[in-house]
Design a protein around this ligand. Structure first.
Ligand code: PLP
Length: 390
């Protein structure tokens, strides 16, 4: 037994799997660079180790949502290109400019803050202009694009910034053939063409998330931004399972069985007594709950591998623990209970939990709580260095 096996719960993160997934995705988007999206602590996998592993496998860009996430990567020693896109007024614009991080502007206020930050930092900002080509979330509407592009070009000519990218995001990339995909590509090409006519010379044009990387080759442009697929999870079951896509899930969530005991027939289990033992049986206590990210919506349905058999959450998931009916089996207290992993030892997958909880696998891995230690395995020595691959 290794030392981590004695932990209450652990999320083992297989960095060899992550590197292999990055290589698969680079092959799928040959000709484009790859941005490893490590927002929200690397979708719960640990941003810095995952960023290093992705870099070692050839990811030339790192992407985060918030500027604080991007600055934390720099502070951890990751060099090279880093981009972040989710800004609010008063954000750490100057720190980002000083750290050489690519910032995103989808509106005039953001452009003004980037210029002000560049002036006070005494160096040009690296700004990527974001187009709303149809998602209807962040980014600049086509009608407002001439104003944004014009102002950015003026600031570029004045030496305050460099327009490093033109980018957008899909609404329905996980639904192949959805009419919005072709429509968004058309709008994007028009918006890029307009900016280039105005003199913009972007280093990168990019639009593709994981599903677009896997299924829409014409959306690869200069760079693909992969998150969920890099963590080995299929963006949508309709696109295929992880093995079918050549991907291997990176996270294995397990816990140590805290108690095994006999219980008579007719015994209510957990809050609300939504489960009643159908016969004399044994119950196993699994010491993780919704505070650890185990969805309460998976009460009565979440699958767990215990003692070689897949069991189902009996009754409600509580804050810190839940119970499984072991049907008379008696694994030792301390035995391993695997909630999800790659699936090849018979354990459930994050996708199975997503179905049990009525959500998507993205949410299952991302919501694993801070109380669960991440145990990174299969790190290679050069990943401790952190830089761009040589
Ligand atoms: C999260 C995110 C991605 C990555 O999406 P996946 O589907 O996980 O690959 C790409 N681009 C943007 C703008 C994002 O917010």
């Amino acid at each position: 037994m290794n030392e981590t096996a004695s932990l209450r719960a652990r999320a083992e993160i297989d960095l060899a799997a992550l590197r292999a997934n990055v290589r698969v995705l680079r092959e799928r988007a040959a000709g484009a660079q790859l941005m490893a999206v490590v927002k929200s602590d690397g979708y719960g996998h640990g941003a810095v180790p995952c960023a290093r592993a992705a870099r070692a496998a050839g990811a030339t860009w790192l992407g985060t949502a918030t500027p604080h996430e991007a600055l934390a990567l720099r502070a951890a020693g990751l060099d090279g290109r880093i981009m972040c896109w989710l800004w609010t007024p008063g954000g750490p614009w100057r720190e980002a400019v000083e750290a050489g991080i690519d910032v995103s502007a989808g509106g005039m206020w953001a452009l003004r803050e980037a210029v002000a930050a560049a002036r006070s930092a005494g160096r040009p900002a690296r700004v990527q202009l974001k187009a709303d080509t149809g998602l209807g979330r962040g980014g600049c509407q086509p009608a407002d694009w001439p104003e944004l592009v014009g102002a950015a070009r003026d600031a570029e000519r004045a030496g305050h910034l460099r327009i490093t990218g033109l980018w957008s995001h899909f609404a329905c990339a996980d639904e192949p053939g959805h009419p919005s995909i072709a429509a968004q590509l058309d709008v994007y090409r028009d918006m890029v063409a307009y900016a280039e006519k105005e003199g913009v010379e972007p280093e990168v044009r990019h639009m593709a998330n994981s599903p677009a990387t896997l299924t829409i080759p014409e959306a690869h442009f200069d760079l693909v931004r992969t998150g969920i697929a890099m963590y080995g999870i299929s963006p949508a079951p309709e696109l295929g399972t992880s093995p079918e896509l050549g991907l291997r899930p990176v996270m294995t969530l397990s816990a140590s069985v805290a108690l095994v005991k006999d219980a008579p027939a007719g015994h209510g289990v957990s809050y609300g007594h939504h489960y009643t033992t159908p016969a004399d049986t044994t119950l196993g206590l699994i010491p993780v709950g919704y505070a650890d990210g185990v969805p309460r919506h998976a009460s009565g349905s979440g699958p767990v591998l215990v003692g070689g058999k897949v069991r189902t959450v009996a009754g409600r998931v509580a804050m810190d623990q839940f119970v499984v009916d072991l049907g008379g089996d008696r694994p030792e207290a301390g035995a391993e209970a695997v909630l999800f992993g790659p699936g090849d030892r018979g354990e459930p997958t994050a996708q199975d939990w997503a179905e049990a909880a009525g959500t998507i696998a993205y949410e299952i891995v991302t919501r694993i709580g801070a109380r669960v230690p991440r145990v990174h395995v299969n790190e290679t020595p050069d990943e401790t260095a952190g830089g761009v691959p040589r």
